[in-house]
Structure formats: structure tokens, C-alpha cells
Design a protein around this ligand. Structure first.
Ligand SMILES: CC(=O)SCCNC(=O)CCNC(=O)[C@H](O)C(C)(C)COP(=O)(O)OP(=O)(O)OC[C@H]1O[C@@H](n2cnc3c(N)ncnc32)[C@H](O)[C@@H]1OP(=O)(O)O
Ligand SMILES: O=C([O-])CC(=O)C(=O)O
Length: 464
């Protein structure tokens, strides 16, 4: 009863807040995709036929040397990142999504299932569709026994991200795409089997990620099974051992929904896309994404932020002033390290995901009073000025990693080497969505041309 009234409350709320045409019909996820894919295929065909030779930008030597920064060279459907405004998912900003995407029954925050539906289809799901997706994910959420045994065999000292990537790769044992490919499936069927793998993988990530957490940080204690009545994050929190903490569960829903997609060029999404373009199955493709996410310049920065803020707290003692933070920032920079959680390859403003997580904290007195979250806020006041004066970083503002882990720490989830795993549960939403579309659109193998320094120098000399 409570469940039903929560659902209809959500539906009414969503209907008030957003224009009707953005809403999905009452169709299932698969039928919705079947309906929209032909138009997208047609759009791509037309773009290629009518504008294939339109120039989008130029390639400078600095782009080739500089990590391809700024080059518009990938197709990515679900989201676009504006340097100033931040991310939009199918045109919806984070505040838009917070208004229209259904929450979990009894909750307020965006539920990752509704974000997944939006990313995959470009439509806002109803509460009923979101619930159906939750139920499907829970029904498919258990791990095969051999993957449980594999993960249980890892040493506790193996980094949780290494464990996650290996576990995800091993899940390809059951890949529907791989099996159908071996049977000789035709190209138009690719997306159908890719979608099934992607749904299965997203469903199993919480059980895999929670098992890693329990093995490493609470060995020998019981691990809850997947509960068919819970949503994806409800289950994840429960299996982690935090199911009773409603506030943390809500935070995780928001966190996982917001980290889901950040257009295509970020290292994890791009890695999934590159590997997927070889027709490797979604499990192998997403394990590649996870290993990219595990680098400190990308997803691992959230563990690095906490480590750095804790070291700052320990050094500065009880009376932390802005002057002392400023001196600590300079010490970090002068020692040749980056300030973790600051800077970005595309953004040139504070990350709206950072703002959304800060707003989550602002609404909760216990979070506002938390020393670590106060330190994040104080650092935010000082760091942009210091980074501007330092004069190197193109973006002196915080990215999402500047706060995400510190909030987890406040909730008692203090094992910071685990934080990127939570990011890894999330990024599957966007990276796997794109794999479905890459297969539906028949996108080719990704294979850019590289040049050696000698070849570049010759090219420059010849063009003078
Ligand atoms: C979810 C995410 O992945 S968000 C990013 C998470 N990563 C971090 O927070 C780590 C800290 N930040 C960084 O290292 C960078 O800002 C990156 C990797 C995110 C972006 O890198 P780039 O696009 O190359 O940044 P940018 O063009 O501004 O770099 C120019 C110079 O400023 C430096 N710089 C950039 N950000 C910082 C920073 N936070 N602290 C100190 N120096 C920085 C770069 O290292 C580079 O120095 P170099 O010329 O000596 O090599
Ligand atoms: O966009 C990027 O390069 C990094 C990032 O913030 C993300 O992947 O979420």
C-alpha cells in the first residue's frame, strides 16, 4: 500500500514538473527502444550522406600532443558536457533531472533506474516503469557461483578496483552477445543481445561490489542476498551492511545516478567505447572502463581527496583557518602534486555534480556539522584562488570528486580505497547505454591515426 502511494505520488510530481512529451509511454524498456531505434538509425544515415564532409574542427599539433583535449571526434548519444553549465542528460540538467526523474518509494533522490531509462531512451520514465526496471534488476542480481568463488579467492590486499574489474570481466562467461556472435548473429540483432548483457551486468554490479567490500573490510561476516523487493541501490546498501541507514542509501542513489554518464570522452567511458568497438562483449568492454576509472587523475581522485583532506586536517589541528588551508594548498602544489578534486579536462566552472552533492549535505544538519564536510567547504572557498595564482590549471574549480568520498566518510563508510568501486557501479549506466546505441547504430571499429614526432616534424616542414 505504502509502495503504491509512493509510486503515484512520484507520478503526479513528475507530471506537474515536466512537459508530457518527454515522458515515456507505458511501454516496456525493450519496446521503447525498438520504437525509437529506427528513427535514430535514419538520422545517422542522413547525417553521413548529407553532411559527411562538413568540417567540425581543426586538429592542431597541440591536440595530438595534449591528450586530444577539445577535439570533437566521438559520437555519444546520452549526454553532452558544456564547459560552463556542466552535464546535460538528453538535454536535462541535474536540477531538471531532480525535478522529473522518479525516486525510490519512500525516497526523494533520483533513483539510478530512472537515470538509466533516461540515458537509454531519452525519455523520462513513469514511476511504474522505474519500478518494473528495479524489479527486473533485482531478479537478475545474483552472481554466478564461480564468480563468487573467484572474488572470494582474491587476497584482501588486492585493490577493490582491481577486484571489480576482474569480476566484471569474468561475468562474460554468460555473455548473450558473445554466444550469439558465435552462433553467427546478424548485425541488426547486435543491439538486442548487447542490451541483455548490459541489463544483466548492471543488475549484478551491486552484488559483486558489495561482496568485494565485505571480503576486504568485514571478512567472515554474513552477506545479505539480493532482495527482490528492493531497488538497485537499496540492495547495494543492504549488501554493504548499511541497509538501515536511509540517509546514506539516499545519498548513494543520488551519487550513483549523477556519476552515471559524463559524455563520451572521459577515460572510463571512452575505454568502454573503444573496447566495445571491437565487438568485445559488454563485460569485457566495461572492465576496461573500470581500469581507466582506477587511475588517480580520473575516478580514483575521490579516494585521493579524502586522503589529502584527512592529512590536511591532521596537520592543521583543531583551529583550521582559511589562511592555514591556503598554506597547505601551496605546500601540496610546491611538492609537485596535483590538488585532488580540482581541475577538469572539459569543465571551466564548479562541477554541478559537486554542487548537487553539496546541496544534499546542506539539507541535513548532521552533514552540515560534519568536520570533514566543513573542511571540504572551507577548501572550496580557498582553492580556486590559489590554483588561479598558481597559474597552471585551466579549471581552478572543484570536480565531483572534491566532495563525494568525504560524505561517505561522514556516514561511517571510511574505507576510502573502496570509494571508486561505487563510482564504478555508477558509470556502467552511461558507458553501457552507449554500447547499446553503438551496436544499434552500427558504429565501426574505433581506430584513429597516430603520428610519430618525426612524421609530425616532416609534415610541418612540408606544409611550410
Ligand atoms: C570524475 C573525474 O575524473 S574528475 C577529475 C578527477 N581528477 C582530479 O581531481 C585530479 C586533479 N586534477 C587533475 O589532475 C587535472 O585537472 C585533470 C587530470 C582532471 C585534467 O587535466 P588537464 O585537462 O590536463 O588539465 P589542465 O589542462 O588544466 O592542466 C594544465 C596543467 O595544470 C595542472 N593541473 C591541472 N589540475 C591541477 C590540480 N588540480 N592541481 C595542480 N595542478 C593541476 C596539470 O597537471 C597541468 O600541468 P603540466 O602542464 O605540468 O602537465
Ligand atoms: O569528464 C571527465 O573527463 C571526467 C569526469 O568528470 C567524469 O568522467 O565523470
Amino acid at each position: 500500500m505504502l509502495y503504491r502511494s509512493a509510486i503515484s505520488r512520484q507520478a503526479c510530481f513528475a507530471n506537474r514538473a515536466f512537459s508530457a512529451q518527454r515522458f515515456a509511454s507505458t511501454k516496456s524498456l525493450r519496446d521503447t527502444l525498438k520504437e525509437i531505434i529506427p528513427a535514430k538509425q535514419e538520422q545517422l544515415k542522413k547525417l553521413k550522406a548529407e553532411h559527411g564532409d562538413t568540417v567540425v574542427g581543426e586538429v592542431k599539433v597541440e591536440n595530438i600532443i595534449g591528450g586530444m583535449r577539445g577535439l570533437k571526434a566521438m559520437l555519444w548519444e546520452a549526454s553532452v558536457l558544456d564547459p560552463v553549465e556542466g552535464i546535460r542528460f538528453h538535454g536535462l540538467s541535474i536540477p531538471d533531472c531532480q525535478k522529473v526523474l522518479p525516486a525510490a518509494p519512500g525516497g526523494k533522490e533520483i533513483i539510478p533506474e530512472s537515470m538509466l531509462w533516461l540515458l537509454l531512451t531519452g525519455q523520462v520514465p513513469s514511476a511504474e516503469q522505474t519500478l518494473a526496471l528495479s524489479q527486473e534488476l533485482a531478479a537478475k542480481g545474483a552472481l554466478p557461483k564461480f564468480v563468487e568463488d573467484l572474488v572470494d579467492s582474491f587476497p584482501r590486499t588486492l585493490h577493490p578496483m582491481t577486484q571489480l574489474g576482474m569480476g566484471v570481466a569474468a561475468l562474460n562467461h554468460d555473455s548473450a552477445f558473445q554466444a550469439a556472435y558465435e552462433r553467427g548473429m546478424k548485425k541488426p540483432e547486435y543491439w538486442v543481445h548487447t542490451l541483455e548483457d548490459c541489463i544483466d551486468l548492471i543488475a549484478r554490479l551491486p552484488a559483486l561490489a558489495a561482496r568485494i567490500y565485505r571480503n576486504v573490510y568485514a571478512p567472515g561476516t554474513p552477506l545479505a542476498p539480493v532482495d527482490g523487493s528492493l531497488d538497485l541501490v537499496g540492495n547495494y546498501a543492504n549488501m554493504l551492511g548499511y541497509g538501515e541507514n536511509h540517509s546514506l542509501t539516499e545519498y548513494l542513489r543520488l551519487y550513483i545516478a549523477l556519476h552515471g554518464d559524463h559524455e563520451g570522452g572521459n577515460a572510463s567511458a571512452h575505454a568502454a567505447h573503444l573496447v566495445g568497438s571491437t565487438l568485445a562483449d559488454p563485460y569485457l568492454s566495461y572492465s576496461a572502463a573500470l581500469f581507466a576509472l582506477a587511475g588517480p587523475l580520473h575516478g580514483l581522485a575521490n579516494q585521493e581527496v579524502l586522503r589529502w583532506q584527512m592529512a590536511m586536517q591532521a596537520e592543521l589541528g583543531a583551529d583550521i583557518t582559511e589562511e592555514k588551508i591556503e598554506a597547505y594548498l601551496w605546500k601540496t602544489l610546491k611538492s609537485g602534486q596535483v590538488v585532488p578534486g580540482y581541475g577538469h579536462g572539459v569543465l571551466r566552472n564548479p562541477d554541478p555534480r559537486f554542487i548537487a552533492l553539496q546541496e544534499f549535505c546542506d539539507g541535513k544538519p548532521e552533514l552540515k556539522a560534519s568536520p570533514i564536510i566543513q573542511l571540504v567547504n572551507q577548501t572550496f572557498k580557498v582553492a580556486p584562488g590559489v590554483l588561479k595564482a598558481h597559474g597552471k590549471t585551466k579549471n581552478p574549480y572543484p570536480n565531483v570528486d572534491a566532495t563525494s568520498g568525504c560524505v561517505l566518510y561522514h556516514y561511517g563508510l571510511t574505507e576510502f580505497k573502496y570509494y571508486t568501486v561505487i563510482f564504478g557501479v555508477s558509470r556502467a549506466l552511461g558507458a553501457l547505454t552507449q554500447l547499446v546505441w553503438a551496436r544499434a547504430l552500427g558504429l565501426p571499429l574505433e581506430r584513429p591515426k597516430s603520428m610519430s614526432m618525426d612524421a609530425l616534424s616532416k609534415f610541418i616542414a612540408d606544409s611550410k
